[in-house]
Design a protein around this ligand. Sequence first.
Ligand code: SAM
Length: 284
Amino acid sequence: MLSYQHAFHVGNMADVHKHLALHAVIQHMHRKASAVTYIDTHAGRGLYPLDAPETRKLAEYRQGVELLWKQQGEVSKNSLLKTWLASMAPLQQMGGDGGMTHYPGSPWWLVQGLRAQDRLHLYELHPGEHAHLGDQPLPDNAQRHHDDGLKGILRLMPVDTPRVCALIDPSYERKGEYVEVAETLHRLSRKARHAIALVWYPLLPAGHHHELLDRLRDTGMRKLWRSQLYWRSPETEARGMYGSGLLVFNPPWGLDARLDESLGIMLSCLPEEAGYQADWWVGE
Ligand code: SAM
């Protein structure tokens, strides 16, 4: 039974971390003309109006993307943050206090980056969320699937393009998903050794993400780079998500330096206890 709805959390720091990395990876893919198959295994709605009742309830974007949006002059000194923020400008409606009115989810970022020679597969299992995703106009080379994205991505392999890039971004409503994600990534790496894959995971006091990380290390997979953003110290007495983690399989050259620099700037917008750490979980 799926109950998670991303609209309650949209635009928070986890989204910023994940979508900034996705934007950097898409820019990297554009350096070559050869075609890419993009796969979003957990797509969500696509585009989120920030005045939706679900989003207004927690308004997590105020402690996320809006912190950067309101300091654009300063943070845009970094080229990655500059292009990332500028991409969202055409979505914003005029008026009000100059804050944001819309925030785009991963399908929107992927559609923006799609070239005529590329393909895009968007998977969403929740019937309501899948229906919302249908409101987003898609180009002919993009396809929506009302299906399980972890099974779907494996079924798609091999693809008929020279390159593959996947975002695996579950809601982790079930504890078993950490292991399922690790197994899916491992199987993907065997079917498409050259694929680039970003896997998002939450940093929670219960530490479930260690199951994902440890299982992947046990498979013997190589080239897993890890990027973790903390907005609260794990030691702080608090419940709920204290940070955002990303594992990148086959990270593009230079991604580490680009994220390092932009997340360093972002930290100046966050509370003092916030931090950023990146390393090879498993090296080459
Ligand atoms: N990737 C989106 C973004 O960045 O904007 C957010 C995705 S949200 C964290 C997770 C989504 O996955 C939810 O919309 C949920 O309904 C959907 N979902 C859960 N299990 C799924 C599965 N097995 N296959 C496909 N979608 C699933």
